[in-house]
Design a binder for this molecule. Structure first.
Ligand code: FES
Length: 117
């Protein structure tokens, strides 16, 4: 099992083979997933602060989609494409882009996670 923490939203133990997005859903963390997890949007964009070596390698498809994401950093991954391959501890930050997408997909959550001016 791997332990994954979503900064500000809690943590969970998940089995090897789970994706970051699946882990977020287990925790109840507000990570967007507009395309349903098929690598066709960038709304599941996260920053992996700890444990990136435990994740599957980034494939070209993920890299191409991340090119279209906002505020991409060295630690950026798509939550639906990042599978946990080894036991250990991970720490993940959900991007503003992803929080906004989550709110758009869940109208009842609007204004809850992203501060608006
Ligand atoms: S949910 Fe669309 S790329 Fe991950």
């Amino acid at each position: 099992m791997a332990k994954i923490k979503f900064i500000g939203y809690g943590e969970a133990e998940v089995p090897v083979g789970a994706s970051i997005l699946e882990a977020a859903q287990k925790v109840g963390a507000p990570e967007g997933y507009a395309c349903g997890g098929v690598c066709a949007c960038s709304t599941c964009h996260v920053y992996v602060h700890k444990g990136s070596e435990l994740l599957s390698e980034m494939e070209d498809e993920e890299n191409d989609i991340l090119d279209k994401a906002f505020d991409v950093r060295a630690s950026s991954r798509l939550g639906c494409q990042s599978k946990i391959e080894k036991d250990g501890d991970l720490e993940v930050e959900i991007t503003v882009e992803s929080l906004q997408a989550f709110e758009n997909e869940h109208p009842e959550a609007r204004g809850k996670f992203v501060k608006r001016r």
